[in-house]
Ligand binder design. Sequence first.
Ligand code: PMP
Length: 361
Amino acid sequence: MSQERVYNFSAGPSMLPLEVLERAGSEITNYQGSGMSVMEMSHRSKAFLKIFDDTQAKLRKLMKVPENYKILFLQGGASTQFSAVPLNLIGKSGKADYAVTGNFSNLAYKEAQKYGTISLAASSEDKNHTYIPAQDQLKLDPEASYFYYCANNTIYGTEWQYIPETGSVPLVCDMSSDILSRPVDVSRYGVIFAGAQKNMAPAGLTVVIVREDLAGRELPFTPKMLGYQIMIDKDSMYNTPPCWCIYMLGLVLDWLEGQGGVEGMEAIKHRKAQMLYDVIDSSKHFTCAAEKGSRSDMNVTFRSDSEELDAKFVSEAAAAGFTNLKGHRSVGGMRASIYNAMPAEGVEKLCGFLRAFDQKN
Ligand code: PMP
């Protein structure tokens, strides 16, 4: 890592692999002899269409996306999918089940209520979202058009360690903050979506993976831009797609392949998270916010025994080159977001800093 870069523990947008940034930098004014930047290319040009197709194919290969699923590269962020999901899918029965395990699933749950009868299949609000409900705690409606959950709760630092079993009810999952960090059996899902700005690319791209037979049943007043079928028919190019971000995703996927793909990344990310959790668990001042068994490997939430010590930790850490460790206001304390691009060395050094801080204070 070059001297002036910090270890950035931001929840997103967050670190990108250095070699990806360097490669993008080397091509920024003249992409492979085209005489122009990818940012300046027509999305209909041959050069860009190759980038687009290659990126889609790489994602399909790495995530083992089955043929009957379409991969869409859209704009609007993950939040736009909070509306698009019910608009496209709720028509089947007018009902849907939602598991609320944090801030973003709660926002999705509230948004969906505009479009149908939404049931709270599970909630972890009783313990400030410090845990993930177990399968036998899910209240499932066999007539629901879909079951919705968020795989990793970015703010609270919890992560589903199992795929909910919902029979024939399609699963819809917000994977914004843990996509590509572990293998996922895509065939278990109806729709997977993710904002790119954590594990995939710069902000501005939303990846949606949709089982083909679920598209084409949108409510009649669905805005054209939110319809899955139109975006499938136009291969994400009903309008201008987020070209630069798609190119960057392609570079990130090349890097990920070099890490052993999602299988390789699973081992790497788990080792990094375990190292940090072990140091927190064995410290005298720090405790984890999330319950064991529900802890996220992407966002590690923890606190000391006082708010003053938390503030001191965050400020001394920043001075030592570990930035963005302040926790979200709804949890307090600290949060270390250690997505795929955070080098193991960054986590090792943070662990050393944490241990020294714990002993000194
Ligand atoms: N879902 C999750 C799990 C998130 O972490 C975020 C943003 N941090 C969102 C949804 C919202 O994403 P966007 O800002 O792309 O709309």
